[in-house]
Design a protein around this ligand. Sequence first.
Ligand SMILES: CC(C)(COP(=O)(O)OP(=O)(O)OC[C@H]1O[C@@H](n2cnc3c(N)ncnc32)[C@H](O)[C@@H]1OP(=O)(O)O)[C@@H](O)C(=O)NCCC(=O)NCCS
Length: 185
Amino acid sequence: MDENASSEAALPFRTTLRDGRRVVLRQIRAQDKAGLLAAFHRLSNDSRYTRFMASMRELPDAMLESATHPVAGREFALVAVAGDGEAATIVGGARYAAGPGSDTCEFAVTVADDWHGVGLAKCLMQSLIGVARAAGYRNMEGFVLASNTSMRGLARKLGFVDTVCPDDGTLHVVTLGLAGVPGPA
Ligand SMILES: CC(C)(COP(=O)(O)OP(=O)(O)OC[C@H]1O[C@@H](n2cnc3c(N)ncnc32)[C@H](O)[C@@H]1OP(=O)(O)O)[C@@H](O)C(=O)NCCC(=O)NCCS
């Protein structure tokens, strides 16, 4: 898949959220390890559980390393950063990953608890979808807990189709076709 997709999808991207707070969406960097770890530690237990589908007290080094070093051509990650210089803080992130040669990528998105409900996940997902489409992926999918009404609501709003996982009723898979015209936003 196309490795220059982020520039086609116009990143970095500066935006003002519904409550007036401003963020910059940009591609993740190797130097983001400390910022990402701090963001993980600020997450509530509920948010960690719905993101990782497990109780995570710590972010294992291997996960932090791979999160900050996406595999070119089949993984992509972006972060939302609030504030400048020393005060810059990661307040959200979204990523996709695909198996070698696959035309389907799987997404994940997380927003800091005190930034929920102001449209940040929607912005992150719209950018991620733009990057995946520019990279040539034909489908994006995500696995979401059935109880995760906010993620399922957001996915539906973005045009994803929501179905129960056949082998696990506690999980839903949300799927978006990326080929052809851009979906609703
Ligand atoms: C799920 C999550 C990413 C949503 O982030 P958010 O920034 O609060 O979401 P947004 O403010 O962008 O909401 C976008 C849309 O989702 C929908 N939505 C949000 N909360 C909702 C709810 N409780 N019920 C139904 N729809 C909801 C709304 O349609 C909203 O659209 P609007 O902004 O036009 O009103 C956030 O709660 C989170 O980080 N949770 C923990 C991690 C996680 O569960 N990730 C998903 C699994 S990969």
